[in-house]
Design a binder for this molecule. Structure first.
Ligand code: W9J
Ligand code: MN
Length: 415
C-alpha cells in the first residue's frame, strides 16, 4: 500500500556534513581527490547509505559508484540521478555532494513509501568530476558515454601515479582493463537529473532558493609551456634575457584583457597553476608551465578567444626568443539542457509555488556528458555569496531540502 513520499531534510544535511569530515584539512576545507584513500573511504560510506535506501551497489570500471533499484520492468532504461563526491584541492563540503545525497534521499523516500515504479532507478557518484588529481575533469561521465581512451588512463598525478594504477588499486572490483564493459548508451538510460549548488551569486542576489538550468558553459583546459634560457639573476643584463616567466606574465595579462574586453559576454579565463623551472629566486627560469581554463556558453566565441591567446603566445615567443608547447587536457562543448525536462521542472516548481529562475551554469557538470546519450536536466540550489571551490562554500538545509523535493517530483513524473 503506497504512503506519502517524504524527503528527510535532517538526514540529507547530516550526511552532507558527515561526508565533509572525510578529507577535511587544517583550513576547514575538503581535500578528497579522486581514487585517493579519502575517496575510497567516502565510497564506502556512500555505499552504505545507498544500501539503506534500497539500492544495490556496484562500481563500474571507470570508478563510478552506482546504486540501482529495479522497477517493475527491469528491461526499461533507468532514470538516473547523479553528481560527484570528489573535491578540488582545499574545496567545499557541498559541491557535487548534495546531488549524490539528494539522489539517495529520493530513492529512500520512494522505497519507504513503497511507490511502484516501472523504470529502474540509478544514483551515481561519478569518478573524478573535478579533475583535481589527473588534471582533466568529468572523467567518470566521459567514460560512461565512451569518450575515454588509453591516453586518459596513462595520465599521471603529481606523484607519478597513473590513473590506470589508481583505478587498478582502488578496489571495489574496478578493473581499467575492462572499461569497455562500462560504457552506457541511450538504451540504458531514460534521462539524467543532477542537483548541484549554483556556485555563483545569482540565486542569492535575486532571493531564490532554487533555479532550473537551461544551459551549461563549455570548459576547455590547457597547459602552456614556455622555454627560454636559464641564467644568473644578478649578471645577465635585462636586454639579453630569454626569460619564459616574463613571457608568461605578458600572456597571462592578455588572457585577462581578452576575457574582460566585452563584459556582457560570458567568456571566462583562469590561470590557476603556474610553475617555473628550476625554481630559485636567483635563477632566471629555463622554462615555465601554466594552466589555462577557458570557458563560454558560446563555442565560437570561446574558440575565437583561444585563437587570440595562441597568437599572443607566438608573438611573445618571437619577441623574447622563447619556444612554446600547448597541451590540451579537456575540451567539452557548451550544452543546452533538454527542453522537455526544463519545462517539466518549471511546471513542477510552479505547482509547488516555487519561483525558480531559468539560468545558465558557468561551472561544468557530469550532466554535460550524459546529454550525449540521454535527456538531461539540472536543479541549482542557492549557495552563500555564490562561493565555491573553497572552504567557505555553504548552502542552507532548507534550500537543499526544497531542491530535493523538486528532484523527487521530477523523478516520480518520469519513473
Ligand atoms: C571543468 S570540468 C568540471 C569541474 C568543475 N565542476 C564544478 N561543478 O565545480 C568546474 O566547473 O570546474
Ligand atoms: Mn566543483
Amino acid at each position: 500500500m503506497q504512503t506519502i513520499c517524504k524527503i528527510n531534510g535532517d538526514r540529507i544535511f547530516s550526511r552532507i556534513l558527515r561526508l565533509g569530515e572525510i578529507g577535511k584539512n587544517n583550513q576547514n576545507g575538503v581535500h578528497r581527490l579522486a581514487l585517493s584513500k579519502e575517496d575510497k573511504e567516502a565510497h564506502f560510506l556512500v555505499s552504505q547509505w545507498m544500501e539503506e535506501a534500497g539500492l544495490s551497489v556496484s562500481h563500474d570500471h571507470f570508478g563510478n559508484l552506482i546504486g540501482r533499484k529495479e522497477g517493475e520492468n527491469p528491461g526499461l532504461p533507468a532514470v538516473m540521478i547523479g553528481s560527484h563526491i570528489d573535491s578540488v584541492r582545499n574545496g567545499g563540503r557541498f559541491d557535487g555532494i548534495i546531488g549524490v545525497i539528494a539522489g539517495i534521499e529520493v530513492v529512500q523516500a520512494i522505497t519507504s513509501a513503497q511507490i511502484v515504479h516501472q523504470h529502474p532507478l540509478e544514483v551515481v557518484a561519478f569518478c573524478e568530476e573535478e579533475g583535481s588529481r589527473f588534471n582533466d575533469g568529468l572523467f567518470g561521465s566521459r567514460g560512461m558515454v565512451g569518450k575515454i581512451n588509453e591516453r586518459d588512463l596513462l595520465k599521471k598525478d603529481e606523484n607519478g601515479i597513473s590513473r590506470y594504477e589508481a583505478l587498478k588499486s582502488f578496489g571495489f572490483g574496478v578493473d581499467p582493463d575492462r572499461i569497455k564493459e562500462s560504457i552506457r548508451t541511450d538504451k540504458d538510460i531514460k534521462l539524467f537529473l543532477e542537483m548541484h549548488i549554483e556556485q555563483g551569486p545569482i540565486l542569492e542576489t535575486n532571493g531564490h532558493a532554487i533555479g532550473i538550468v537551461e544551459g551549461i558553459a563549455g570548459p576547455s583546459w590547457y597547459s602552456i609551456f614556455l622555454s627560454g634560457e636559464a641564467g644568473h639573476a644578478g649578471t645577465v643584463p635585462m636586454n639579453l634575457r630569454h626569460d619564459p616567466l616574463m613571457g608568461a606574465a605578458e600572456v597571462i595579462s592578455e588572457i585577462e584583457r581578452l576575457c574582460k574586453q566585452e563584459p556582457e559576454k560570458k567568456t571566462v579565463g583562469t590561470v590557476g597553476i603556474i610553475q617555473a623551472f628550476p625554481g630559485g629566486s636567483n635563477v632566471i627560469p629555463s622554462s615555465v608551465e601554466f594552466s589555462l581554463d577557458l570557458r563560454d556558453i558560446d563555442l565560437q566565441r570561446r574558440s575565437n578567444v583561444y585563437g587570440k591567446i595562441v597568437n599572443k603566445v607566438q608573438n611573445v615567443c618571437e619577441k623574447r626568443g622563447l619556444t612554446y608547447r600547448i597541451e590540451k587536457h579537456l575540451d567539452v562543448d557548451p550544452i543546452a539542457c533538454s527542453e522537455n525536462i526544463v519545462s517539466s521542472l518549471r511546471e513542477i516548481s510552479k505547482d509547488k509555488g516555487i519561483t525558480a529562475p531559468i539560468m545558465i551554469s558557468g561551472a561544468g557538470h557530469d550532466a554535460m556528458l550524459m546529454s550525449e546519450i540521454t535527456d538531461i536536466g539540472m536543479i541549482f540550489v542557492r549557495c552563500e555569496k555564490g562561493i565555491s571551490h573553497q572552504p567557505n562554500e555553504k548552502a542552507e538545509q532548507k534550500d537543499i531540502t526544497l531542491g530535493t523535493e523538486l528532484l523527487l517530483e521530477a523523478v516520480l513524473k518520469f519513473v
